[in-house]
Design a protein around this ligand. Structure first.
Ligand SMILES: [Cu+2]
Length: 534
């Protein structure tokens, strides 16, 4: 058969065009959030915890030889989240716009805009984002079965939409967490071909693939997606960050918060907390011999008969920071607080095309959840306390609520949005307790945070309950804590004495490093926030 010139002139380019169109139609952006796994036959399963269940699945070798595999089911659910890696801007408390290398939300947008974790159940995640009908769904999702996404909405939402800190993540112990990172590129730095990763700091990761350390694993290129998988480990306050050129990508803003709620939260009312902890210690998957292993995360208290109860302030069963077995880490409200610092000169150079002075990093903005005082206490679209989105009800994309005094940053479409969605206004119900999940990802400075008036009870450091091997609590009261980058501390502010801490009173969390109580040249601000009893 003779192939005529016409073939080359018309059909070959047409064929190549089809090929290019197919490749460009989003095949490189994918998302993964299965509706069922062996461990969680139903994506939304999260039953009260009364002990482990042993299950058996049949697995196949060579396609035909089958044998049973037994495993322990401790409950939990499948949780999913999608994030972008790229760039954006944040506005500092003195009004200065600062360039970021940053992660942005591609799911859970509505929850994030109201200060909530953006981590979702499969039933919420697997519905394509719509400002009204699915404000927490996955952006661009075309087909949950294949994970096919449309790249256009991904780019529309993801480009220049970095958040500081990065999108908040929270999972429950025993959850399976599918986290998709999509690299949308850095439009302000087209000379860069920066990869990004997710490093879940402190996660006992058996697989380098999901650890995000590029030297030992994979990194995500511009135009690509990768789904990280975690089986939620021991409860505690962790954090996450990009692991590409860490001093640069961390200083520039690729840092986020991540905490794991304990299995003990799922003990039904009247169920024994200590009994649940004993069951946990007998779980063959996470068993640790606490008599011999100093790394045992939650030694069982010697004797205790505390049962799960209903918290009169929230009318819900008590929540706990850890699997304590004795109820001592119960709290009414929780606030994730991430400490960070920005060097505006480094950020300016990071936006331009000049070499960065790594050894010369000198922070001038001292940040709690990406903001300095007084912006730390400004509420954007809502907050954890009210759990309402306020003026942002229709969509985080509608724009800035007119009632808010919080700093906003103009996005690529000209609309102002909070790129620092988390406030740090601690609101404690009268007679209640607040859990502060404090993490620090500052690159260059140690930071001290002090509490005036309400003592800080330190219950855990680096996601480990302070308890000796005999089960004795080693919690201590202090008025200040000091952290370096890469550390976390869990603190309970106990305002249960209503004589000392009556409704209507205000207290302060601030740094006694007095030069850190400033916003660059502005001599009032920095690492400070307010605690309000109401
Ligand atoms: Cu990065």
């Amino acid at each position: 058969m003779v192939v005529g010139k016409m073939f080359y002139r018309f059909w070959l380019p047409a064929f190549l065009l089809c090929f290019v169109t197919l490749s460009a139609s989003g095949q490189s952006f994918r998302v993964q959030c299965p509706s069922a796994t062996s461990l969680h036959p139903s994506a939304n399963a999260s039953a009260p915890y009364t002990g482990p269940t042993t299950r058996t699945v049949t697995i196949y070798q060579d396609g035909n030889t089958s044998f049973p595999l037994a495993y322990v089911d401790e409950g939990g659910a499948i949780k999913c989240q999608q994030i972008s890696g790229g760039d954006g801007y944040a506005t500092m408390a003195d009004g200065t716009q600062t360039y970021l290398f940053a992660f942005g939300p591609l799911s859970g947008l509505s929850d994030l805009a109201s200060g909530q974790p953006a981590t979702q159940l499969g039933s919420v995640f697997n519905v394509a984002y719509d400002p009204v009908s699915a404000p927490n769904g996955a952006v661009g999702l075309m087909d949950p079965a294949t994970g096919h996404v449309d790249p256009r909405p991904i780019m529309d939402v993801g480009v220049m939409n970095g958040n500081m800190p990065a999108p908040l993540m929270a999972i429950d112990e025993d959850d399976e967490f599918f986290l998709t990172l999509t690299n949308v590129g850095q439009i302000m730095r087209p000379d860069l071909f920066e990869q990004h990763t997710v490093h879940f700091h402190g996660y006992p990761n058996a697989s380098a693939f999901y650890d995000g350390v590029p030297d030992a694993s994979v990194a995500i290129n511009i135009g690509g997606s990768f789904t990280y998988y975690y089986l939620a480990p021991d409860a505690g306050t962790y954090f996450w960050h990009c692991h590409i050129t860490p001093p640069e990508h961390l200083q520039m803003g690729m840092v986020g918060q991540l905490y794991v709620r304990p299995r003990q939260n799922r003990v039904p009312v009247n169920g024994g907390l200590r009994a649940a902890l004993v069951l946990q210690q007998n779980d063959p998957r996470t068993a640790s011999n606490c008599a011999a292993d100093i790394l045992c995360s939650s030694p069982v208290p010697p004797a205790n008969t505390v049962a799960q109860a209903v918290d009169p302030r929230t009318s819900s069963p008590y929540k706990y920071a850890y699997n304590d077995g004795d109820g001592t880490t119960a709290y009414d409200v929780e606030y994730p607080i991430q400490i960070h610092g920005f060097d505006p000169n480094f950020h300016f150079v990071g936006m331009t095309f000049n070499p960065e002075n790594f050894a010369g990093i000198k922070d001038k903005y001292f940040l709690l959840n990406g903001r300095s005082y007084p912006d730390t206490v400004n509420v954007t679209g809502g907050n954890q306390d009210s759990n309402t989105i306020g003026a942002n009800t229709a969509s985080p994309f509608v724009g800035a609520p007119t009632s808010s005094t919080a700093m906003y940053t103009q996005s690529a479409d000209g609309v102002g949005r909070p790129s620092q969605p988390l406030n740090t206004l601690i609101t404690i119900p009268e007679g209640g307790k607040a859990l502060l999940r404090i993490s620090d990802l500052d690159v260059s400075e140690f930071q001290t945070l002090a509490s005036l008036g309400i003592p800080m009870q330190v219950i855990a450091i680096n996601a480990r309950l302070l308890r000796d091997q005999a089960g004795t609590n080693l919690y201590y009261n202090t008025n200040s804590i000091t952290l370096g980058g890469g550390e976390s501390i869990d603190v309970i502010l106990d305002a249960s004495d209503t004589t000392k801490y009556p409704a209507g009173s205000t207290f302060y969390l601030y740094t006694p490093n007095l030069d850190h109580l400033s916003n660059d040249a502005e001599n009032f601000g920095g690492l400070m926030t307010e605690v309000v009893i109401k």
